[in-house]
Ligand binder design. Structure first.
Ligand code: BEZ
Ligand code: FE
Length: 290
């Protein structure tokens, strides 16, 4: 097409794609460009606004490192990450929730009943539960990759004061599908807002807070892996998570119990000096692999 106009440019783009290209790539690119062009036409996008958009992308790229994933963060605060999660969540399984940019692979093994809190201050939280299939049968040998921030609201990768894998652990469940570990009660924290994503939040009059949570990735052969989070029901940010990660079935009650009720056989059994501890029971259901 020689005479490209604002009205035919979308069809011209589609016409430029080769007949023998991969069908899914054709579907994605056609839809992406359709929406992109419609967006520009609907908003009558100006040159300055187009330049601001390009500057945003360049700003994300400029600070992208192994430990700082600004593009992922952009997707998170725009709700795209959560939308993709929800599009592929299995209704029969526990809901999935954002992975976020702070997961670090290669966490050290954490034995059943192990402790991630160590010398850190803050209320002790005992988290336990069963990894099950959709019929309620335990999934022996499932792996739980667990991570959270330290009490200062920072992940290990954001904080020079922490060891690489502080508040990270990899637990393999036994034949009964049970997991249990102690940690410090997670805190609310802000997503990084010192980069281009922070500019977007401020431009939209939004805050950068996430409700407190524990992250899990649960994997087991023959099952669809699940990336999820657990939130306490009394968190003030549950209804305004800046990355849209909260789902009803992920909101749990943290029950305060006397130290005397702490179970036997865990790393901290008999060693709790606090008068109370918090307890959450969170079962995880995995759907069968497709
Ligand atoms: C997180 O929960 O680790 C997280 C998720 C999305 C953006 C930033 C952090
Ligand atoms: Fe997090």
């Amino acid at each position: 097409m020689r005479n490209v106009t604002k009205d035919n440019i979308t069809d011209v783009f589609k016409g430029y794609m080769a007949d023998d290209m991969a069908p899914r790539t054709r579907e994605i690119m056609s839809s992406l460009v359709q929406h992109l062009h419609d967006f520009a036409r609907e908003t009558n996008l100006t040159h300055d606004e187009w330049r601001a958009g390009i500057a945003f992308l360049e700003g994300c790229a400029a600070i992208e490192t192994e430990d700082r994933h600004e593009f992922v963060l952009a997707s998170d605060v725009l709700g795209l990450s959560s939308l993709v999660d929800m599009l592929h969540s299995k209704p029969e399984a526990t809901s999935s929730s954002v992975l976020g940019p702070f997961h670090v692979s290669g966490a050290p093994p954490l034995a059943y009943g192990g402790d991630m809190k160590r010398h850190y201050g803050g209320p002790i939280l005992l988290a336990e539960g069963t990894v099950k299939d959709v019929d309620g049968n335990p999934i022996a040998g499932a792996e739980l990759d667990i991570w959270q921030t330290a009490p200062n609201g920072l992940y290990a990768s954001q904080d020079d004061e922490q060891e690489t894998f502080s508040f990270h652990g990899l637990m393999t469940v036994g034949d009964d599908g049970r997991y249990a570990f102690t940690t410090v009660k997670p805190v609310e924290y802000t997503v990084p807002s010192d980069g281009p994503v922070g500019d977007i939040l401020r431009a939209c009059g939004r805050h950068p807070w996430r409700p407190s949570h524990l992250h899990y990735i649960i994997t087991a052969p023959g099952y669809k892996s699940l990336v999820t989070e657990i939130f306490p029901e009394d968190d003030p940010y549950l209804d305004q998570d800046t990355v849209f990660g909260v789902r009803d079935d992920l909101v749990m009650t943290y029950v305060e119990k006397p130290a005397s009720a702490f179970p036997e056989g865990l790393e901290l059994s008999g060693k709790i000096s606090d008068e109370t501890f918090l307890h959450v029971e969170f079962d995880v259901t995995l759907a069968a692999a497709e």
